[in-house]
Design a protein around this ligand. Structure first.
Ligand code: F6R
Length: 609
């Protein structure tokens, strides 16, 4: 997730406007920033790594000439957060500049093709190919307009994008295009704007035009023209008046970041399916060769480790050891050696306990692998190989979208490893890969169809003094995550156990009306789990089940249930089954009068550079 912005002013300098608008988009990404403007047929550009204010102090982002320009605030996915990878990116001649938010899946193939045609690339980004593609199109067809060249170029792109392009040859235009990544226009008397999000231009105008997937826009001093990428036909669209406050706009109309980020999960899961194969291959090769593998993390990321240990075991027949980072040195510090591999998982890449576990293992010559959401974080600097989960910044303190993204990446790693080791048949691999592709839609369905029901459940149980979360197999990890969310956001004391363990002690707590949440995918342990539900029910517990659609047996035993669409394989089940639990924590917090974005005593780790 990055922020893009562009503007054409009727009079005045564009750069200070772009700078101020990027600042309002910084919640979309903040590891590097850049602006390009045009004056007298020349493109002027400033960019660097770092937060906008720090970069501005060094290179004065306002000091660029011209009334037309584009800008970008970055959250790295391809290439480290370095100046060379900061947007805008240009073609070989420096006459075309592009900013981009999204992920181009086929960039390696396109880059190779363009390199074979003599194009020289400076960065490691997927974006740079767009500038060269447009340059190449214009080279082949010199009579094409910039708009037609962009149209031609974007037809070759697979993946997600919102782009804004300027060219020294057509200095009074910005061409933008959209597929999946957000893009919205702003219209005022003095200017037209394009941006990733409304907050960018909200202080300048409240007239917005939403650009749809598969559309291209020509911005000019005369206004905007929207065309369909497929057939170039023109789409007429009037601006809408936006009555959001700036604060509402940043949250896209949602009351809290947590719920906004829960709702973002279909999109963030889609992004995880665009991870470069090359990194999945590299990490799975290291895992394959390892003598012993520790999965090390804290909090929610630890729950991803726990789920991953089931995935690696079931799919790749690889035993792995999930360990709380804070316990790692005490538990395994002395036995770790050159033969050990540590896969550290950290959304921020900066959690102190995770880093100290990793540092201590590294001192004993262990191989360090990383999975993180923050390219450029300490974890990426320490790791031999790392993989970015591509979820975009998470602003709510509670990890939500980053958890499901971690699981999706880990499932892909387990599948790779399985293929390498020849452990699962081709048919099964294809089946699982297909199911993984469907998860974004499944999560979308859950949010659309079950949110209201979860709200009612939260209302019913809002005064509960304690909650139980139980699951078997991989759902143990889901239960642990449900408990953590409810405790940290709604302050309800909660207990989670593998359901089988619940009869070895925890069951003694049960009395009439005690809420017990069961995570019930239709997997191997389903039958045994039904036994656990009956044990709890017999003692008067109120059963809240997260069930697969059509699971009449569990539904009949439940006081309340939430449904997940059919057909999610067991190893992937924590992804959809965690979502109702995130919603439960969120609505319980609201019911109990708490702000879910600011849980007491907790803060998110941020990158220290
Ligand atoms: C829970 C939560 C925390 C983090 C934990 C690890 O909602 O956000 O438990 O998961 O602090 O953080 P990272 O993944 O950044 O290492």
């Amino acid at each position: 997730m990055c922020g893009i912005f562009g503007c054409i002013m009727k009079e005045g300098n564009a750069a200070p406007i772009i700078h101020a608008s990027l600042k309002r988009l910084e919640y979309r990404g903040y590891d590097s920033v850049g602006i390009a403007t045009i004056q007298d047929g020349t493109i002027y550009m400033k960019k660097d790594q770092g937060k906008i204010d720090d970069v501005h102090r060094c290179i004065d982002l306002d000091d660029l000439p011209g009334n037309v320009g584009i800008g970008h605030t970055r959250w790295a996915t391809h290439g480290a957060p370095l100046k060379v990878n900061a947007h805008p990116h240009t073609d070989c001649s420096g006459q075309i500049a592009v900013v981009h938010n999204g992920i181009i899946e086929n960039f390696s193939e396109l880059k190779l093709e363009l390199e074979n045609r003599g194009h020289i690339f400076l960065s490691k980004t997927d974006t740079e190919i767009i500038a060269h593609l447009i340059e190449e199109t214009l080279k082949q067809n010199p009579t094409l307009s910039l708009a037609d060249a962009v149209l031609d170029a974007v037809k070759k792109l697979d993946g997600s994008y919102a782009i804004a392009v300027i060219s020294a040859k057509e200095p009074d235009k910005i061409i933008c295009a959209r597929n999946e990544s957000p893009l919205v226009l702003g219209v005022s008397d003095n200017a037209v704007y394009c941006a990733s999000d409304i907050p960018a231009f909200l202080p300048l105008t409240n007239k917005a035009v939403f650009v749809n997937n598969g559309e291209l826009v020509i911005l000019s001093p005369a206004g905007y023209e929207i065309r369909k990428i497929q057939d170039s036909s023109v789409a007429a669209r009037e601006p809408k008046i936006i009555d959001w406050t700036p604060e509402m706009a940043v949250k896209q109309g949602y009351p809290y970041f947590m719920i906004k980020e829960i709702h973002e999960q279909p999109a963030t899961l889609r992004n995880t399916l665009r991870i470069q194969e090359h990194y999945l291959d590299l990490i799975s090769t290291f895992l394959d060769r390892a003598q012993e593998v520790f999965l090390v993390a804290c909090g929610t990321s630890y729950h991803a480790c726990l789920a991953a240990s089931y995935m690696f075991s079931k799919l790749a027949f690889l035993p792995t050891y999930p360990v709380f980072a804070s316990e790692f040195v005490e538990q395994h510090g002395k036995s770790v050696s050159i033969d050990s591999t540590i896969l550290a998982i950290s959304q921020s890449g900066e959690t102190a306990d995770t880093l100290s576990a990793v540092n201590s293992a590294q001192q004993r010559a262990a191989t360090i692998l990383g999975l993180t959401n923050t390219i450029g974080s300490t974890l990426t600097r320490i790791s031999r190989v790392y993989i970015g989960q591509q979820s975009g910044p998470e602003i709510g303190v509670a990890a939500t979208k980053t958890f499901t993204s971690q699981l999706s990446v880990l499932a892909q790693l387990a599948l790779r490893l399985s293929k390498k080791r020849g452990k699962v048949s081709q048919d099964e691999m294809d089946y699982l890969a297909e199911k993984l592709e469907k998860l974004p839609d499944i999560v979308d369905t859950i949010i659309q169809s079950q949110e209201e029901k979860v709200k009612q459940i939260a209302n019913k149980y809002k005064d509960a003094k304690i909650f139980f979360f139980l699951g078997r197999g991989i759902s143990t990890a889901t239960a642990f995550e449900g408990r953590l969310k409810l405790m940290e956001i709604a302050y309800v004391p909660s207990i989670a156990f593998p359901a089988g363990e619940s009869k070895h002690g925890p069951i003694s707590l049960i009395e009439a009306g005690f809420p017990v949440v069961f995570i019930c995918p239709r997997d191997g342990p389903h039958k045994t789990l039904i036994g656990n539900i009956m044990e709890m029910k017999a003692r008067g517990a109120s059963i809240i089940a997260v069930v697969e659609e059509g699971d009449e047996e569990v539904k009949a035993l439940s006081d309340d249930y939430v449904e997940v669409p059919k057909g999610v394989p067991e190893v992937l089940s924590p992804i959809p089954f965690a979502v109702p639990l995130q919603l439960l924590a969120y609505y319980m917090a609201l019911e109990r009068g708490y702000n879910p974005d600011t849980p007491r005593n907790l803060a998110k780790s941020v990158t220290v550079k």
